[in-house]
Write a protein that binds this ligand. Structure first.
Ligand SMILES: NC(=O)c1ccc[n+]([C@@H]2O[C@H](COP(=O)([O-])OP(=O)(O)OC[C@H]3O[C@@H](n4cnc5c(N)ncnc54)[C@H](O)[C@@H]3O)[C@@H](O)[C@H]2O)c1
Length: 448
């Protein structure tokens, strides 16, 4: 399932065609390999506000080298630029963004990581609210300009949560976020407790001792989620339909994990899952609602079964399973509930009224629970764009080409890109990351 167009652009004739015909030129994205340092190269820190002073101390234990803007920078190249914009209180101060970023944009390593830190606009008022809201247009636009596999994000940090940013910066500064760009992350806004544990440097096992349930784990994105959570130390319980039992066992055997086969839409599925997790594992720490289906048809040609089955698998089952696991106390303190939404749930998609509704509903589930959860339990979702899997390999060539190129990186993502984002939410240090929906879409041009 390789991207043949991208391979072609790396050949001599392909390079010529890209240059002369102005064709999309997908960069080779750097992805994280187990044991690698989180960041190779230096991260330059600038700006002024609540976070600037504490950043070097937060990043050093993660093995991330930092330098302060204004120190000798002659000839220096940077892997990352982080600008603390929490001190900007009126719109005329926004020019400080230009002063920091512009002179450094030509001295960045390949696949650079740029981050702006701000204050959630909804938590402040007047000119400060205007200024902080403006940061979103800046980062989303820079994301579309940066090129060379670079990413640009905005992280809004609520007052009092300055020390809870480590796991988020570790993810966003590292190759783990290769296909995540133009995103806005909020820390400490929904009901949240400050992080107690620090994220570990690359090679660590932040999920050691944790049990993770992954639905739809026999293949595609679910299989990769299982692999990445296992890499980070979790004991994985894979779940899939009985027809996928042998593939599921192959995956979980390799990961020294456990498995469970059932249809998540079965009336007694939530109770059976709760019982299995309690009896065999004493509970669960991470629940990833990944299982999903599509049954595309324009609404004019839709029948009730097609519509209803997609809602049942993608939305009603995660709602019911989550409710049961919470009611039974199966999810342990500092637990994680993670939904898999889709760009179709944000921008809509032709032929996908059922799928779009189900995936927007997953975002609704995040919104409805984020403020209610207690004991450090969080709920967040990922919204993948075009991810290269068996499902998307079946999409007709022309549609697939458009889907793959219509993003700032001019390529599709890989299942591992979704899995790494989920591993960031799952990190025990991400307790203050609650109520977020992050797109894993290479900054797709649809649905900003
Ligand atoms: N591939 C993409 O581009 C893309 C984009 C956006 C969102 N997503 C979402 O990511 C998730 C995984 O997608 P994928 O591409 O890996 O799909 P996939 O079809 O390869 O895998 C889905 C898995 O879910 C399982 N499953 C389906 N119905 C089930 C049920 N009733 N009970 C238990 N298990 C069931 C399947 O057996 C399968 O193993 C889905 O929720 C999908 O909607 C995928």
């Amino acid at each position: 399932m390789s991207d043949r167009y991208q391979s072609f652009t790396k050949t001599p004739i392909g390079r010529l065609a890209v240059k002369n015909l102005g064709l999309p030129d997908p960069a080779t994205l750097r992805r994280y390999r187990a044991g690698d340092p989180l960041v190779t190269g230096t991260v330059l820190l600038g700006g002024r506000g609540r976070l600037a002073e504490s950043l070097p101390g937060l990043l050093a234990p993660l093995g991330i080298d930092t330098a302060a803007a204004g120190a000798t920078e002659d000839g220096a190249r940077f892997q990352g630029l982080v600008f603390d914009a929490t001190g900007l209180r009126s719109s005329d101060e926004l020019v400080e963004l230009e002063r920091f970023f512009t002179p450094r944009l030509r001295s960045l390593d390949p696949c650079p990581r740029l981050i702006v830190l701000g204050t959630p606009p909804e938590l402040v008022a007047g000119p400060e609210r205007v200024t902080q809201r403006a940061l979103e247009g800046f980062t989303r636009s820079l994301g579309k300009e940066i090129g060379r596999g670079g990413t640009v994000q905005l992280v809004y940090v609520a007052d009092g949560f300055e020390s809870s940013v480590a796991s988020t910066l570790a993810f966003l500064l590292s190759p783990k976020s290769a296909y995540v760009s133009g995103q806005v992350v909020r820390i400490g806004t929904a009901h949240a407790t400050a992080a107690q544990t620090a994220a570990l440097p690359g090679g660590g096992a932040p999920l050691a001792g944790r049990v993770a349930l992954v639905t739809g784990a026999s293949r595609g994105i679910g299989e990769q989620i299982a692999r990445v959570l296992h890499r980070d130390g979790a004991r994985v319980v894979g779940l899939d339909v009985p027809q996928a039992a042998s593939e599921l066992q192959r995956v979980t055997d390799e990961l020294d994990g456990d498995w469970l086969t059932l249809d998540i839409t079965a009336p007694d599925a939530p109770q059976r899952i709760a019982r299995h997790l309690t009896e065999k594992h004493g509970g669960v720490d991470i629940v990833v609602h990944n299982a999903g289906i599509t049954r595309d048809r324009k609404l004019a040609n839709m029948d009730e079964d097609r519509f209803g089955s997609v809602i049942a698998v993608n939305l009603t089952a995660p709602e019911r399973i989550t409710a049961e696991l919470l009611a039974q106390g199966t999810i342990r303190p500092n637990g994680r509930i993670i939904g898999v939404s889709s760009i179709a749930g944000i921008a809509g998609n032709l032929g996908q009224t059922n799928y779009g509704a189900s995936k927007a509903g997953v975002i609704g589930l995040v919104d409805s629970l984020a403020d209610e959860l207690t004991d450090g339990i969080t709920i967040n979702a990922v919204a993948p764009g075009f991810i290269i899997t068996q499902m998307t390999a079946a999409v007709p060539f022309a549609t697939r080409e458009v889907g793959q190129r219509m993003n700032a990186m001019a390529q599709g993502g890989l299942p591992v890109d979704v899995a790494e984002t989920i591993a960031w939410y799952a990190d025990p240090a991400s307790t203050a990351v609650n109520g977020n929906v992050v797109r894993v879409c290479g900054q797709m041009l649809l649905g900003a």
